[in-house]
Design a protein around this ligand. Sequence first.
Ligand code: GDP
Length: 295
Amino acid sequence: MTIQWFPGHMTRAKRQIQEKLKLIDIAIELLDARVPLSSRNPMVDDILQGKPRLIVLNKSDLADPRATEQWMAYFAHEGHECVAVDSSTGTRVNEIPIKAKEILHEKIAKQIAKGMNPRAVRGLIVGIPNVGKSTLINRLAGRNIAATGDKPGVTKGQQWIKVGTEMELLDTPGILWPKFEDQLVGYRLAMTGAIREQILNIDDIAFFAVRELAGRYWKVLKERYELDNAPSDPEDNEQIVQVMEDIGRKRGCLMGGGRVDLEKASGIILRDLRAGKLGRITLEAPYDDMPAREV
Ligand code: GDP
């Protein structure tokens, strides 16, 4: 389902969102709580043209709660309201209409002062593919609305979905492209499953994952795969391959001659990581001195 983002697609996606901005009061920028920067569109400020905005950190059930708190503080510092939710179960999604009203309170107060009956706040969800836009729309709507899948070039008739009595959402989200020119971003998105293995090699993604985890989250790897030897230098590629081989051996991924089947081991590592089996992990810290999670 990964989209090829050609320049024409990007222009069209931007134009489609900007058309929708005319209809709405507030944009809901959806980010992945595990990779809040990598899941951000590089031009989002330009695209949203100063529209009031609520940042929603989705998949917070899979993210390190302490890191999520830091990210919320970070976005608040940048002047944005922010909530962290889990759209798959609905945890805290009810805060979205409440926060949206708070952000728009001046506009609403002016309407009331003019004797107008304020109408429901109108919102649009925007975000990169796989960040959970359709899941969140369905949650907020309380029923199945949006088809999962992304076709940036395709428009269909848009409808307003009621979210309680005080908010309405456009049923089709705004689809943004990721910062794919940055290799680090590509690997981080691939680790979360947002970019499929057809584009990046599974061994490479798993290697990158183990290298990222071997530092701050070593204890998590150690406990899950009963590893003994921590790499003395998580930047040393050979030591990281060694860790992958240790994991493969523990999981019985062996080929002839006792060699480790790295591709099989890679599949296990990525499946565990994406399913949250390694615990709640955030791959990006707003501040470099973020302490390690205690396990
Ligand atoms: P979209 O491309 O942005 O519309 O993303 P989808 O709504 O299709 O979601 C992509 C995947 O992420 C699906 O497998 C969802 O079940 C999953 N997902 C969405 N939100 C959450 C969440 O908050 N927590 C977890 N664990 N998974 C989620």
